[in-house]
Design a protein. Structure first.
Length: 167
């Protein structure tokens, strides 16, 4: 098997497969147009793409507290923390699940953002439940720090935090 490599996500070259992956991962992530995803890549503090050989395997996108971003979960962190990076979405292609792609993306993001931010914030759905994602995040050292309802109560999330090592 080829090794997992992580490189910057390219808003032009990667947008087709990134958009298709995003739509395949709904409702774990919200549906966004390809144009909106491309704009968000440009605003991101971190945007990484994982590859296995010549095939895209996953993506992670995170925002600094001063980002122009209207996500309710991002706004929750902004209201409570001043020094954080918010992981908005992390997704893995079906062919790459269980191969360590998510872990590779997280570790790349931790490396890329340490010294720049005090912590990483993210959320995991509790309604509809996503126990696999919760167990994964706990294994990486994330701790629950809150919860909220979104989409008019159709979704509930657990908000998580993991401290980053300061340089």
């Amino acid at each position: 098997m080829d090794a997992i490599t992580v490189r910057p996500l390219d808003a032009q070259a990667d947008i087709d497969w990134y958009y298709a992956l995003n739509e395949a991962c709904v409702p774990e992530v919200n549906s966004l147009s390809a144009d909106r995803l491309a704009v968000l890549i440009g605003r991101a503090a971190y945007a990484g793409a994982a590859w296995i050989g010549d095939r895209p395997a996953g993506v992670a996108v995170a925002f600094a507290p001063d980002a122009d971003y209207d996500s309710l979960n991002f706004q929750w962190f902004r209201a409570r923390y001043s020094d954080f990076v918010y992981l908005d979405r992390i997704m893995v292609q079906d062919h790459a699940r269980g191969l360590g792609v998510g872990k590779a993306l997280y570790h790349d993001m931790f490396e890329a953002t340490k010294g720049r931010f005090a912590c990483v914030g993210c959320e995991v759905n509790s309604v509809p439940p996503n126990p696999r994602s919760m167990a994964f995040h706990e294994s990486l050292g994330f701790q629950p720090v809150g919860q909220q309802q979104t989409e008019g109560g159709a979704k509930s999330v657990v908000l998580l935090r993991r401290d980053l090592v300061r340089a």
